[in-house]
Design a protein around this ligand. Structure first.
Ligand SMILES: CC(C)(COP(=O)(O)OP(=O)(O)OC[C@H]1O[C@@H](n2cnc3c(N)ncnc32)[C@H](O)[C@@H]1OP(=O)(O)O)[C@@H](O)C(=O)NCCC(=O)NCCS
Length: 225
């Protein structure tokens, strides 16, 4: 029997991950984990939700876990909790994703429906490549970075550790997105973006350096949330 997969995060991204795990004929999605006490004990799509701390201390073994959390820093922290508890990270690749023969993908990374990753690319650990996002040849995406839906990246692009790129952004050949930088939705990035900067627009301009804690609900959700 194949090792069951549990999804850490019982919110909307958890349901996205459920579809990805279910597209993998070799694996079975067995349940969700969540730190929020109000989420534990309910069922999502017929699968149980367990309280994460209790489950990590005494859950079934072997099992693999994938993190369904958009906040890059939190996703990395939770991934470290999972490995410290002795569980493997599941690398979630939707069956409709297209990946060149020589791509390297780190543990715990997520490739959503219709993602496409070209030859020579290297993805770190706990990276998210969202729905219909394309990453062309010889690009590097460092640990914990997040490319939102519909991002199109040309070749030789470098996305730094825990950087965030908003929906529909376009990254021109060879640009470097700094560590923990934030690129707004729909931006066209012509030039390198510094670490921890907030940039957006067409062409993308840097608006400020983010020196406070990042408000992830606002960054991910935009104004409509
Ligand atoms: C770039 C972003 C992070 C800015 O957040 P913010 O700092 O809270 O910015 P505000 O909403 O306060 O807007 C500040 C100004 O920037 C403009 N602006 C914000 N985002 C913009 C964008 N993506 N492109 C162009 N202009 C943008 C606003 O219109 C506003 O202009 P104004 O001052 O003339 O009214 C956010 O708008 C964004 O694009 N988030 C990405 C959402 C996303 O793709 N989620 C995917 C989840 S899977």
């Amino acid at each position: 029997m194949s090792t069951p997969v549990f999804i850490f995060g019982a919110g909307p991204q958890g349901r996205v991950l459920l579809d990805i795990v279910r597209s993998d004929a070799r694996r079975v999605a067995a349940g969700f984990l969540d730190d929020r006490p109000d989420r534990a004990g309910v069922a999502i799509a017929g699968l149980p939700v367990f309280h994460a701390t209790e489950w990590l201390a005494g859950g079934p073994r072997p099992a693999a876990v994938v993190v369904a959390i958009g906040n890059n820093a939190m996703r990395m922290t939770v991934a470290a909790r999972i490995t410290a508890a002795g569980y493997a990270l599941y690398t979630a690749i939707h069956s409709s994703a297209t990946i060149a023969h020589d791509v390297e993908i780190g543990a715990g990374s997520v490739l959503c429906m219709q993602a496409a990753v070209g030859t020579g690319c290297r993805l770190g650990t706990n990276v998210v490549i969202n729905t219909a996002t394309t990453l062309d040849h010889d690009s590097i995406v460092e640990d914990g970075a997040y490319l939102s839906p519909g991002v199109h990246s040309a070749g030789h692009v470098h996305v730094g550790r825990q950087a965030f790129v908003g929906a529909g952004a376009i990254l021109l050949p060879g640009v470097r997105i700094g560590d923990e930088a934030i690129v707004g939705a729909g931006s066209i990035v012509l030039e390198d973006v510094p670490a921890r900067s907030l940039s957006y627009g067409t062409p993308a301009r840097m608006h400020r350096i983010v020196d406070e804690d990042i408000d992830w609900a606002r960054i991910l959700g935009g104004r409509g949330r």
